[in-house]
Design a protein around this ligand. Structure first.
Ligand SMILES: C[S@@+](CC[C@H](N)C(=O)[O-])C[C@H]1O[C@@H](n2cnc3c(N)ncnc32)[C@H](O)[C@@H]1O
Length: 261
């Protein structure tokens, strides 16, 4: 089942969504009027000789400034499934019958400046544990500054969980907290902060099994839902802006086999 709702995630109760193994979202950045700073899109045609474009001095979208992280954490505390009891769930990972946890978790993509705030807010809602994640690109959106200073090629996220370690399908491989950010050359681009579907597939496969439920409360282009569908997971998402919702359903999620809807 794959379902995107054109609604505020706070209205989730109306939709009877099952609880999730993984909630994954790229929350609005609150970067305000500098959203396109150092990005070629600040200028017409991406060239500063042409003068500023309509995106200069704008935020990514007007929901940026109204986003309330407490509401978001409340949603996650309700919609992530409870932790498995005792030691009955999880996978054998050693000769002594040790088990990795089968617990749920959430991944919050956020700006570097938001990381401590996300950790603190998560703690207030029962997510006492975290792992900081970094994703490095082999390109930078700040190309206009490339001859002036070190430019950013990193995205950040916090993985949050309650007490028990999250489900972890590492297949015996060590997973570093700084990982490559694969460029997405396969998915149509409909959103200014669209995440890489190959990266989302990697994370979904690491922290969930086939048939598990994945929720993206701030779905944007629907990239998480697409990745989850491609991995055989059930996915639910919310997108408050009508235009993003329409583009997501008509251009991104339209190629998923109808049987999944
Ligand atoms: C940073 S973007 C997410 C981009 C997405 N990860 C992607 O790959 O396309 C955040 C999205 O959350 C949406 N949003 C903001 N507040 C929301 C809310 N309360 N409920 C649902 N969607 C919301 C915004 O309209 C925006 O499209």
């Amino acid at each position: 089942m794959i379902k995107l709702y054109n609604d505020h995630f706070q209205n989730y109760k109306v939709y009877g969504i099952p609880k999730a193994q993984l909630v994954i979202a790229d929350i609005p950045y609150n970067v305000g009027a500098d959203a396109y700073g150092s990005n070629p899109m600040w200028y017409k045609g991406g060239d500063n000789k042409n003068g500023e474009s309509e995106l200069a001095g704008k935020e990514f979208f007007d929901t940026d400034k109204d986003f309330r992280i407490a509401e978001y954490m409340h949603f996650c505390s309700k919609m992530l499934r409870p932790e498995p009891k005792g030691n009955d769930e999880g996978k054998e990972i050693g000769s002594q019958g040790r088990k990795s946890g089968g617990a749920p978790c959430m991944i919050v993509f956020c700006a570097f400046e938001q990381m401590m705030y996300v950790i603190e807010k998560g703690r207030e809602y029962g997510f006492k544990n975290y792992i900081a994640l970094q994703f490095y690109k082999n390109y930078s959106p700040q190309v206009l500054k490339a001859n002036m200073r070190v430019v950013g090629n990193t995205e950040y996220a916090i993985l949050l969980y309650r007490n028990k370690l999250p489900k972890f399908n590492n297949n015996g491989r060590m997973v570093f907290n700084a990982m490559p950010y694969p460029r997405d050359t396969e998915t149509v681009k409909v959103h200014p902060t669209q995440k890489s579907v190959p990266l989302l597939r990697y994370l979904i496969e690491l922290f969930t099994d086939k048939g598990d439920v994945v929720i993206d409360p701030c779905a944007g282009s629907g990239s998480t839902l697409l990745a989850a569908a491609q991995c055989g997971r059930n996915a639910y998402g919310f997108e408050i802006k009508k235009d993003f919702y329409r583009e997501a359903t008509e251009k991104v999620l339209n190629n998923i086999q109808p049987s999944l809807f």
